[in-house]
Design a protein around this ligand. Structure first.
Ligand code: GAP
Length: 514
């Protein structure tokens, strides 16, 4: 990560803590690696993201319904899904530093450095050519850039092939050939590469003899697959239809870093769309576009998203892509869209001995449906939204302000009501305003410090509106409403506040863009 980006990322983490968004887990005991708690504002932001997803997926689609399956599942589930045998990360230890790394991540980090070099060439050329600069043409014709691209592609291809063929010796050979060193010590003294299963095990049962080994689910998707027939029959669902679910998932991540980007306990928002065999690739393309539109509706900037189509497919998929987002540490996966064939349902059918088929009245035949999955990490969405929203601005008078420009629909607190002074009946009016607004919105009262400081505090907290009660309010029942992003102020009637705020924060006005 470049120094500027690293500074920005440190700021994001510090701000999240200072303003009650994210705390390290059990911090008084020095925390627990890659586990985080959401504070008073974080829990609201997280809930608003979850609701925004749920409304777009379930409420807005007649043929998609919700589910809340348990975290504990019968252990055979994970045998059938392939997680017991294949949910592994390739690990490598450095013999000198005793540090453990994911071998694929070491190689990907090496490739990221090559990509940084390409970016540098691009910005140098953009400066040199000014307005006439054509990025696409430059990327396609500059010899140095072409060399870099070819090198990066060759490394990734070889790694992909070696991992697919379980050729871990070649993964190690690649690390050695590229002279990749331990990032902490610079040592190149590596062990062999080994596979490590990411599922957390636990036990259910009262005594050691009677207990059964279980896993904490590493994805929510399997809860949907095992309930496929329950939902289809009880809801009389007709194909194509979807089942959506949000909930916790657990992975014993080895390279647990980058704050809430890669956690050991995290939350997923997943939807499995059941379709006719042969129609899955059409639906896959359609869901790729629909999910991108959902992201774009939040207004974080189209330039911050890109698709990454997978060359190397998981054994169950016949197409897969990530929606990548430009996090402070570069473009990384935010959401996965996978055409999962009928692998999961067929496998559960085989392991359970129960038919998991659908009778298609239009085609007068029974079949195991194919599945298109959309899967986005709630915590990653949180990080995408929060890190993009956090900005330092230089104002016209040369002063600085830190502002958290959260999309208003997601902001934890929609408005702060501020009496200009703590006397003359202004606090009482402010409380009355809160009493009328609180049925529709999360609002707060703040009377401490000068009004300018209170505005700054609410800016940094991400509150889209400040409503100030002053002496004119006593005369004409109007207040000043101040907009967080533009800092513009206008005088409005108290009775118009609900309509005005609704227009800016209600999901319906945002979902229309999906
Ligand atoms: N059911 C498919 C599935 O689980 P995945 O690509 O492994 O696919 C889907 O995960 C999404 O879950 C990712 O795009 C990411 O947003 C999120 N995710 C995965 N592992 C995570 C972790 N360790 N911490 C936070 N989010 C994670």
């Amino acid at each position: 990560m470049a120094i500027l980006e690293e500074d920005k990322f440190k700021k994001v983490i510090a701000h999240a803590k200072e303003y009650g968004y994210v705390f390290p887990s059990s911090e008084i005991y020095d925390g627990l690696s890659a586990v985080y708690d959401y504070g008073q504002n974080g829990v609201e932001l997280k809930k608003n993201i979850r609701d925004y997803w749920w409304q777009a997926m379930v409420q807005m689609n007649e043929n998609i319904v919700g589910l809340d399956a348990a975290i504990f599942m019968h252990p055979t589930t994970w045998k059938a899904s392939g997680h017991v045998d294949a949910f592994n990360d390739p690990l490598i230890d450095n013999k000198d530093s005793k540090k453990r790394y994911r071998a694929d991540v070491l190689i990907e980090d090496y490739v990221a450095k090559i990509e940084d070099k390409i970016e540098k060439e691009v910005s140098k050329a953009a400066k040199r050519f000014g307005e006439s600069f054509d990025k696409a043409q430059f990327l396609a014709t500059n010899t140095r850039v072409i060399e870099y691209q070819a090198k990066a592609a060759a490394i990734l291809k070889r790694m992909g092939q070696s991992l697919a063929n379980e050729d871990l010796a070649d993964v190690k050979a690649l690390i050695e050939e590229l002279e990749i060193a331990c990032p902490l010590t610079g040592s190149r003294n590596w062990t062999e590469v080994k596979q490590f299963n990411l599922m957390f095990g636990t036990k259910i049962g009262a005594s050691a003899e009677n207990s059964v080994d279980l896993y904490l689910r590493p994805e929510t998707a399997q809860g949907i697959f095992v309930n496929f027939l329950n939902v289809q029959k009880s809801g009389r669902m007709k194909i194509p239809f979807g089942i959506a679910q949000t909930g916790k998932a657990f992975r014993n991540e080895i390279v647990a870093r980058q704050f809430i980007f890669r956690m050991r306990e995290f939350e997923q928002m997943e939807m499995q769309y059941f379709v006719r065999p042969g129609e899955e690739l059409q639906w896959y393309e359609s869901w790729k576009q629909r999910r991108l539109k959902w992201h774009l509706s939040l207004g974080l900037g189209a330039e911050n998203y890109r698709f990454h189509n997978h060359d190397k497919l998981a054994h169950y998929a016949n197409a897969a892509a990530d929606i990548e987002f430009k996090f402070p540490f570069g473009f990384k996966e935010l959401e996965g869209i996978h055409s999962r064939t009928n692998f999961d349902l067929s496998s559960h059918q085989k392991f359970s001995g129960k038919k998991l088929q659908y009778f298609d009245p239009e085609h007068n035949e029974s079949y195991v449906p194919f599945v298109v999955e959309t899967s986005v990490g709630l915590d990653r969405m949180f990080l995408a939204v929060f890190s993009t929203a956090l900005q330092d601005e230089t104002l016209e008078d040369g002063s600085m302000r830190t502002v958290l420009k959260l999309p208003a629909v997601l902001a934890p607190i929609k408005a702060a009501v501020l009496p200009l002074v703590k006397k003359d009946g202004l606090p009482e009016i402010a409380h009355k305003i809160i009493d009328t607004l609180k049925f529709d919105f999360n609002v707060v009262y703040d009377e401490k410090d000068a009004i300018g400081r209170r505005y700054r505090r609410q800016d940094a907290n991400g509150t889209p509106f400040c409503i100030t009660v002053d002496h004119d309010t006593l005369l004409d029942n109007t207040v000043t409403i101040r907009y967080r992003d533009s800092m513009q102020q206008e005088r409005v009637k108290i009775q118009d506040l609900i309509a005005l705020i609704s227009k800016e924060v209600l999901p319906k006005y945002w979902l229309e863009k999906c």
